[in-house]
Design a protein. Sequence first.
Length: 317
Amino acid sequence: CKFSHRSKNLKIIQGMEKSVKSSLNNNTIELPEYIVDPSTKTTYLKGKFLGKGGFAHVHKMTDLTTNKLYAGKIIPKARLTKTHQREKILREVEVHKLLEHKNVVGFICCFEDKENIYIILENCPRKSLVHVLKNRKVLTEPEVRYYIHQLAEGVEYIHSHGVIHRDLKLGNMFLSENMEVKIGDFGLASHIERAGFRKITVCGTPNYIAPEVLSMEGHGKESDVWAMGCIMYAMLVGHPPFETTTLNETYSRISNNSYCMPMNISESARNLIFSMLKNKPEDRPVVSVILQDQFFHSGYMPKSLPPSCCSSPPKFP
Ligand code: ADP
């Protein structure tokens, strides 16, 4: 898949490339069929494999007391050989457990046994927007209104809790059974410790990395808005705005704010993308302003989408 492949391959986290690669190459991990949370004694039945991340294998997990189905991220402790790897998981849990919103993947609990760390999450059975884009190539403007509005509501909530996601991309926009957007993967997320403080660490996915992150000025809420601009562009155009065949060329285009806007994109969609992709972070709108944008009033905005939209264009009234 074009998007997930690229973003997975190009994901750079300073100093972590080597360990992520080696853990990705190691496909075989032994997992028990029944998993018990030692503190609550809740037993989960491990089900179908759902996907694989940097360190985690994700499986369907059924709580045998309630019969409720979840997605369980299983991280073998043996893979967390370096302190910063363990810290990444701890940060993901610390941040995610504080968040509760309809457009954020629900965090249920986290526990560990001798072998693994388990993170139990709301199950998102319709995968992510990467899969939708892979099937569809481009989306209609009403669908983009629907998805970007929900993304913005989730990001507004996250920002209002002093958290920046730092890795917003199509692959981290999961979809619930009834096609609601659920923002997930808080592995690179960070608390803004005090007003105005900007995180200086280099992280994120190169195609969606903001110019101020490239120039080491740090990552703020505005860098999440930049990523939202890249996501909206990719949905309407079919590829990310700064995509090229080499990383250096992509970085150079990001720094020069050089991208093409196809003429078939409506004026209101173009204007919103232009505003989110402003070179200077302070020139970009905050998410509460994005939610009031003309784009969301300039045409039909569906209240819900049928699951058939994952593979074929909807027929709107
Ligand atoms: P990592 O943080 O290690 O990169 P991810 O959170 O991206 O791991 O999860 C890896 C894969 O597992 C995803 O691409 C997706 O296919 C699947 N997955 C993750 N979370 C969920 C979820 N809540 N519901 C359903 N599938 C999920």
